[in-house]
Design a protein around this ligand. Structure first.
Ligand code: COA
Length: 259
């Protein structure tokens, strides 16, 4: 089923999570140097304006769902229901207003290009019901299958109680446009989480890093490991490898404190 038809058909109301970004102008966290078509260029890492949310969702569906190892194994990009479920979840995250994008500098007046995205959320102990409802309402059987495999690992990682924080910054996807990969832009977006946490009074950043490249960037950014599992040891309820022929070796829950 086509994405637009699906969205019209279901037309869900996306709820709010417990934490809200305080009102105020969007923060530009960092301006960094990189290359575009071989030319040195400046890039801004900043909070995403709401009028670019749909483009950000398109980026995530087109590139993240195609290339992130778990979604790649599930052929998520070819499953309109899974695309729909995921888009809805990301909408929930975007609504908090602290997700970041990496944009080409637009001081010449041209519309900036979205070069990278990190979908972020401040999660608290009061968000259980919102996420439980989301999980119950998955439309995609493949999405539910992934959830059944990954949810117990999230429970095992148990970030809030193991790290003794009732709220923390978490992520639902780090992505760089394929033509801009190889410049560690993902690492630069990860480093910005320190500015975000210090600005909003959050002591901890923690999430699962599902690809070898993002694990390398997280290690470089000073993240420690809370839970680690090789993909070949993650089984589904039929005792089969849940993510067969996975491009990455390991899956790690990692964290960094900012106190
Ligand atoms: C993860 C991602 C954001 C990183 O992009 P990036 O910042 O451009 O990263 P780079 O290509 O510069 O790679 C960073 C490092 O990882 C290494 N790397 C890249 N791919 C790798 C792989 N498959 N296995 C091991 N290391 C890898 C690079 O060599 C580089 O190390 P170096 O700096 O020592 O040379 C990007 O690959 C992406 O969007 N992937 C698809 C979505 C995804 O998997 N997101 C992560 C989920 S948590």
């Amino acid at each position: 089923m086509d994405r637009a038809i699906l969205e019209n058909k279901v037309n869900p109301i996306v709820p709010y999570t417990s934490w809200r970004r305080p009102p105020g102008p969007l923060n530009v966290w960092k301006v960094v140097d990189g290359y575009k078509n071989g030319e040195p260029t400046k890039f801004k890492i900043q909070e995403i304006p709401s009028d670019r949310f749909e483009e950000v969702l398109d980026h995530m569906c087109d590139y993240y769902l195609a290339d992130e190892p778990q979604f790649e194994c599930m052929k998520a990009r070819d499953d309109p229901l899974l695309v729909y479920d995921q888009r809805l979840l990301w909408r929930l995250f975007l609504k908090q207003g602290i997700s970041i994008g990496m944009f080409t500098d637009n001081s010449n007046g041209e519309k900036s290009i979205i070069v990278g995205v990190n979908i972020l959320l401040v999660e608290t102990k009061d968000d259980k019901a919102v996420f439980a409802k989301f999980r119950q309402n998955y439309l995609s059987p493949r999405g539910s299958q992934m959830d059944a495999v990954l949810w117990p690992l999230f429970q095992e990682a148990n970030v809030k109680s193991k790290l003794k924080e009732h709220k923390y910054l978490t992520s639902a996807g780090l992505s760089v446009l394929p033509s801009f990969r190889g410049q560690s832009f993902g690492g630069k977006m990860l480093d910005v989480r320190e500015d975000i946490c210090r600005n909003y009074g959050i002591n901890l950043s923690a999430n699962c890093f599902s690809s070898d490249a993002s694990i390398k960037l997280a290690e470089r950014s000073g993240y420690g490991v809370l839970l680690e599992r090789d993909y070949e040891k993650i089984l589904n309820n039929q005792n089969q490898i849940a993510f067969p022929n996975c491009r990455s070796k390991t899956f790690k829950f990692m964290f960094k404190r900012f106190i």
